[in-house]
Design a binder for this molecule. Sequence first.
Ligand code: ATP
Ligand code: MG
Length: 583
Amino acid sequence: MRMSKLFVQTLREFPSDAEVISHKLLVRAGFIRKLTSGVYNYLPLMWRVLKKVENIVREEMDRACAQELLMPFVQPQELWEESGRWNAYGKELMRLTDRHGRGMCLGPTHEEIITSIARDGLKSYKQLPVNLYQIQSKFRDEVRPRFGLLRGREFIMKDAYSFATSQEELEKEYKNMWDTYTRIFKRCGLETKAVQSDSGAIGGSVSHEFMVITDTDAGENDVFYCDGCDYSANSNHAVSVLPETITIGDFLSPEIKDTPNTRSIEELCEFLKIQPSIIVKTLVYIVDKKPVLALIRGDKQVEETKLLNAVGGTDIRIATAGEIDEMMSVNGFDSERGFIGPNGLNEYNGYKVEIVADNSVKELKNFVVGINQKDKHGVGYNWNKEIDLPSNITDIRLVEAGEFCPQCGKPLKVTRGIEVGNIFQLGTKYSKPMNAVYTDVDGKTKPYIMGCYGIGISRTAAAAVEAHYDEHGIKWPLAIAPYHAIVIPVSTKDELQMKVAEDLYKTLLKHGVEVVIDDRDERAGVKFKDADLIGFPYIITVGKSITNGVVEFKIRESYTSSETTPEQAAESVITAVCNLGKI
Ligand code: ATP
Ligand code: MG
């Protein structure tokens, strides 16, 4: 490719709406342009990168004996009714109506479609296990599309689905995909950590996310991990053993105490001269439309995904002050936020108030708790004496660094991660309701035991930028770079420079190197800047010293240059390209 022909427009400045480096650099270096919120044009350089990621994924999935197919982007409502997700999936599902009034949606994921394909075609145990995958656009009407390709509304995903006859067979395929994912991300130049995770809207019991660890804002997930063993988990799934702490209050008999203006845990502790760990904190949430009270120890925070799982539903948020006031008054209290407690709050919004207690409150004795009276708290209270212990007691607690590993007891650490892939053991979540069955060896029909496995193709490309950049621009890993190398003649007017550059260009092309020659009549500084910004892994500059038979050979990743002959420079690039894919 000739730079004079390449469709690319680099910008002098970062786009003003970009917060993270991959978004900034991909726009500035001319890879993507926003069409509308969360929807991007992939310009020629980006499309080359995406195709490379896709091809690595394809090669590794094929090597793992999965088979590629392609399902439609638009899906009919009926199948989503069958699985029960038409109502259960939140607003991320983009629902449409066709001219005949039939409900449709843009595919955010394809479990329903693949399950319908399987039940038509996989009738016998003899055909199983099978793993089918596609690489395709997805649409999720994300509440906050941001970070460029990292969280788009339309994005490219590889999604695979496996069908097995037993849990054992599923686990074998799960391991196969785990190993495949490890290879894929390594080939893309990414180090990943597989962490336990919540299964979210996809469902199932066991799931792991492949995270690119980062210390930047681009890492939207908190990952807790242990240095002492292999435990690591997304915060939405992480559990911990709490350090010993005081959980028995000094108040020996129960009483209602005046606690004026103590709206926060800190104010209450200060006023009563107590530790937060002897307070039962009551938080009000709205899940879909229903009121939910979450009880947790005063020094701990609620993990909302865990709470959502404890009550079921799609959408969770903390109640507003107005909603809390209303809830108080419909239940006959004249109180407000800061003094809420579980006793006596029975209904709101036409729904019964549901109460979930975190495991951490169960062992508390002589504790302090809100009693729905303004400027008062109950102190020295005990479960099932002054106040009822809720029946729904489970883990809804957000883990904190320093708490102990559930596996080996060492203190947990926390870091941030970008989820690039996710694998799930679904079991019969879709096959049962959709009556997707095969005939087993005993002649009985049984639902398939399913797994599903996603990789964000466009997110992986953006994550690679997050992991490989410097102040000059992108440093593409060779395997997914839009081009492997660029040859820059410093002066297009210099005959010798042009001849050597053109020869080098042809030699590289002949050996299968994807190379650009910067034949533009531009200042050398402009060419160098663009080459660094776009992130060509190898940059060969043919300048004045060619009269001594040498060119400059720059490795973008390390930003180091050396003088060498044109032949040696070509040889280095050809060798590196030949070694691609060998891991
Ligand atoms: P997230 O938690 O980040 O919203 P998810 O867990 O809902 O993602 P999955 O259903 O597991 O996503 O989808 C499989 C993969 O698709 C993810 O691991 C991720 O790489 C990619 N992906 C999901 N949502 C997006 C998005 N909005 N933009 C880009 N890639 C995405
Ligand atoms: Mg996921």
